[in-house]
Design a protein around this ligand. Structure first.
Ligand SMILES: Cc1cc2nc3c(=O)[nH]c(=O)nc-3n(C[C@H](O)[C@H](O)[C@H](O)COP(=O)(O)O)c2cc1C
Length: 135
């Protein structure tokens, strides 16, 4: 599992909670996005974020923009925003332009349903890892 990374940007803690579920399931650490990742290769990146006042945080955008195609094989997205599709679409666009593969399935957990969505997050983690292992 060393080649799996879980990262999130979370202003108010919702996305972090979901990241921690994924991490629990995969017995990995979930960390806030950080520059160290840019030059450190990974196979599968779980990446979570949400919009604030209509737009993705500039930190998350910068992170996505700085990831290098040669360092990331595939990305799986998760979000807790109301506008989940918009958030996912915006991130997918960045990665598509960079040639980084984004797995079609993404995880959406409504911010008010996080506590009851642990199983959903566990299932998502399993499903994505299974898919990734077949790539
Ligand atoms: C200041 C602020 C602005 C927000 N603006 C939006 C928005 O424009 N669209 C949306 O879908 N959600 C919006 N939300 C909801 C957040 O995306 C949602 O609460 C999400 O779970 C926050 O994730 P976080 O707790 O990981 O920061 C906003 C939340 C805050 C605090």
């Amino acid at each position: 599992m060393e080649d799996i990374r879980i990262r999130y940007y979370s202003k108010t803690g919702n996305t972090k909670e979901v990241a921690l579920y994924i991490a629990e399931r995969l017995k990995l650490e979930a960390l806030e996005i950080k520059e160290d990742d840019y030059d450190s290769p990974c196979g599968l990146l779980f990446l979570g974020g949400a919009p604030y006042a209509n737009i993705m945080s500039s930190k998350l955008r910068e992170y996505a923009n700085n990831l290098k195609k040669e360092n990331v094989k595939a990305v799986a997205l998760f979000t807790t925003s109301n506008w989940s599709r918009r958030t996912v679409r915006a991130l997918k666009k960045i990665f598509k332009e960079k040639g980084i593969l984004v797995i079609d399935e993404f995880l959406y957990v409504h911010m008010l349903a996080i506590k009851s969505s642990k199983d959903k997050a566990f299932n998502f983690a399993d499903q994505i890892v299974e898919k990734y292992n077949k790539m």
